[in-house]
Design a protein around this ligand. Structure first.
Ligand code: FES
Ligand code: FES
Length: 152
């Protein structure tokens, strides 16, 4: 077993993990944060995206043992004190989700894009979404929601 000391959504966790435990399974099953979804489990769908030390990553491609001393933000950590973020509110206004399976990963990836680029163009938003699979929406409403927050 490997000792992991990690901050998730501002809360400190000290856990012992098996070397083979995926970060996505650690977040969902050990920490009970089931907002992070698992689709493909091999880095294609983006449903498992979380922020790791400020960067959006696929949690199914990492091991829990790799995140010792790291800071992670999952979808549960986006909204503070019950107040939805501007992006979450835009998703609601634009009906940018149907089943919502892809939504946690897309919110994290979009927040990452907005943090890096400030005001990404629609083309940049579409490019980012090429790494996030949604089977329901056709993407237009998702692009509209992100573009509204970007002001582009
Ligand atoms: Fe990680 Fe699909 S579950 S990318
Ligand atoms: Fe259903 Fe995206 S809203 S997969």
């Amino acid at each position: 077993m490997i000792a992991v000391d990690v901050s998730v959504n501002g809360r400190r966790y000290r856990e012992e993990v098996e070397p083979r435990l995926l970060l996505s399974d650690f977040i969902r099953h050990r920490l009970g944060l089931t907002g992070t979804h698992v689709g493909c489990e091999h880095g294609v769908c983006g449903a498992c995206t979380v922020r790791l030390d400020g960067v959006a990553v696929r949690s199914c491609l990492l091991l829990a043992a790799q995140v010792d001393d790291a800071e992670i933000v999952t979808v549960e950590g986006l909204a503070g004190a019950g107040e939805l973020t501007a992006l979450q509110q835009a998703f609601r206004r634009h009906h940018a989700l149907q089943c919502g399976f892809c939504t946690p990963g897309i919110l994290i990836a979009a927040e990452d894009l907005l943090a890096r680029e400030g005001a990404p163009t629609r083309d940049e938003i579409v490019d980012m979404l090429s790494g996030q699979l949604c089977r329901c929406t056709g993407y237009t409403a998702i692009v509209d929601a992100i573009a509204e927050v970007a002001g582009t």
